[in-house]
Write a new protein. Structure first.
Length: 272
């Protein structure tokens, strides 16, 4: 009882000091089809969480972006935070805060960036190459996002670099690496999780080996952690497509996220 009163006092104090930007939130939902898809009865909670997120975390712009005042305005920052918080919208406030406890900073770069990647194959041979990335996530470090891809996110086409990278943060809730096995709620067993993701993984590899088109971004087939992240961005931004291609996986993710975005899309008349 005392804890609940203290939490209520904190919320009231925050609202008094930082009034919720109703106009900016309206603009964000108008600009991004993904945010407009969220039912009104859930949108207020999402906006409030996004607003709190911006005050709890640091959003840093690369100096080249910081010089341009119009490059990333307040509405776009709120939209970015809302897309991240969409992942935890179905969870309690405590679960939401715990899920992003390892997020301290979001760093926006002017463009995609390159990283040298090293991988050892089954024969023990070391392969090195340069990889171009639109985002990158570290366990206790920042979430790094490329500005052009951030601005391309928010549609209903299966792509969302913000959701993708923040899914990695969820994944790292029980490990230093994104391995595709995040902390699971009590009603989902590791066996359930492994079965559905392995079925998806195997189907993707089978299609790729035959030269067939994959129903979700084939980048999901590169690593289990990437499979989870790609499935997350597809779950929210093309839910009908995911539910039709992999119904078992989609059902698993509805239990994990406690959300049913396919019903939102159908209600809005979006094919997904």
């Amino acid at each position: 009882m005392i804890l609940k009163r203290w939490q209520q006092w904190r919320a009231e104090r925050f609202n008094a000091r930082h009034p919720f930007p109703v106009e900016q939130w309206h603009d964000a939902r108008q600009r991004l089809p993904l945010l407009g898809l969220v039912p009104d009865e859930h949108a207020e909670r999402l906006g409030q969480r996004a607003w709190q997120f911006l005050h709890d975390k640091r959003v840093s712009l690369h100096p080249d972006l910081a010089l341009d005042n119009a490059a990333f305005d307040a509405t776009e920052q709120l939209a970015l935070a809302a897309q991240a918080c969409l992942l935890t919208l179905g969870w309690s406030d405590r679960e939401h805060h715990e899920a992003f406890a390892n997020v301290h900073e979001v760093l926006i770069l002017p463009d995609a960036f390159r990283r040298e990647v090293e991988e050892i194959d089954e024969a023990g041979v070391v392969h090195r190459w340069e990889d171009e990335r639109a985002g990158e996530t570290f366990h206790q470090g920042p979430v790094i996002l490329a500005y052009p891809e951030v601005m391309e996110s928010g549609g209903l086409d299966g792509f969302n670099v913000i959701i993708h990278e923040f899914a990695h943060k969820l994944d790292m809730g029980n490990s230093f690496d994104a391995d595709g096995f995040p902390p699971l709620p009590s009603d989902i067993t590791p066996q359930d999780w492994y079965r559905e993701f392995m079925a998806t993984w195997n189907d993707l590899h089978a299609r790729i080996s035959k030269g067939q088109e994959t129903p979700i971004d084939e980048y999901a087939a590169t690593y289990p952690g990437e499979c989870f992240a790609v499935c997350c961005e597809t779950f929210f931004t093309a839910p009908v497509r995911l539910s039709q291609a992999y119904p078992g996986l989609y059902s698993l993710l509805t239990r994990y996220f406690q959300q049913t975005p396919d019903s939102w899309a159908i209600r809005k008349g979006e094919a997904g």
